[in-house]
Write a protein that binds this ligand. Structure first.
Ligand SMILES: Nc1ncnc2c1ncn2[C@@H]1O[C@H](COP(=O)(O)OP(=O)(O)OP(=O)(O)O)[C@@H](O)[C@H]1O
Ligand SMILES: [Mg+2]
Length: 257
């Protein structure tokens, strides 16, 4: 077996700051893997480098054994590595349905010219995209909201919509950056079931979270970063017992249980 996603000695420096330092990790197909670590540990930077939003200073990223290091973000997305952002990024003034349709951009064969000229190809693709977007909204339980403006959804649903849009890009690996941030306990609970549901559909999920309850509940495996370095990895039980992890969260160690 080979990892679906892998980094080898991945480094990202910002001047003298080593935001990522020799991070080697494997993500296995169909697992839910958590990435945790204190603020500034390098978690978002890791996602940014994997998805091509930031260049690696050194080291490599592999997807299905193939190097994707420093490819443009849209090419990486087209291969099936799709991410969401730490700060919610939906189009608040667009409808829920249109938000999901945007996600199909990486998938359709439509070229800009087709869109401008409203050619038959464009119309055919457009119908297909609408139909598929509805299907996704149904699957994630947002179909009833399809024609509402995104900004009118409760916060938890907005974050769900963001994930629905990511699904429209047809991911094999879904990278979620703090999906529970700002959620109330009920919304977080729903998110846990939603992540399990996505995983049940066959998606590989990597999730960055500060919400330890969510992480310990939903992840098969956890990788811990601190000051840009991987300091530990293992099952939730193993990670909670690790002395280095407890020290990294010193003063907040109770968060880990
Ligand atoms: N574009 C950038 N330019 C300069 N420094 C950056 C940049 N992006 C991140 N950093 C720095 O790199 C370090 C890691 O940041 P990163 O955002 O990856 O942390 P994080 O683990 O996601 O933290 P948080 O839990 O607060 O989201 C921090 O010290 C941050 O200030
Ligand atoms: Mg972050």
């Amino acid at each position: 077996m080979f990892p679906i996603l892998e980094t080898r000695d991945l480094c990202r420096h910002f001047g003298g700051l080593r935001a990522l330092e020799n991070v080697s990790m494997q993500i296995w197909e169909r697992e839910i893997c958590g990435i945790i670590g204190p603020n500034g540990a390098g978690k978002t930077t890791l996602f940014n480098v994997i998805t091509g939003f930031l260049r690696a200073t050194r080291g490599d990223v592999f997807f299905q054994k193939r190097s994707i290091t420093n490819l443009p973000p849209e090419r990486i997305a087209r291969l099936g590595v799709i991410r969401t952002f730490q700060n919610i990024r939906i189009f608040k003034h667009m409808t829920v349905l249109d938000n999901v349709k945007v996600g199909f951009h990486t998938q359709t064969s439509t070229r800009l010219w087709d869109a401008l000229a409203h050619t038959a190809v464009f119309r055919r693709d457009e119908d297909k995209v609408t139909e598929e977007s509805f299907r996704i909204l149904k699957e994630v339980g947002l179909a009833q909201e399809a024609n509402n403006l995104a900004m009118n959804l409760p916060y938890g649903m907005q974050r769900k919509l963001e994930i629905a849009r990511a699904l429209a890009a047809n991911p094999l690996v879904l990278l979620l950056d703090e999906p529970a941030a700002g959620m109330n306990p009920k919304e977080t609970e729903d998110l846990v079931s939603f992540i399990r549901q996505l995983n049940g559909w066959g998606l590989t999920i990597v999730v960055i979270e500060h919400d330890m309850k969510l992480i310990m509940n939903v992840c098969h495996r956890i990788i811990v970063l601190n000051h840009g370095k991987k300091i530990c990895e293992g099952t939730p039980k193993e990670v909670q017992k690790d002395q280095q992890v407890v020290e990294a969260y010193l003063g907040r160690s109770s968060d880990l249980t």
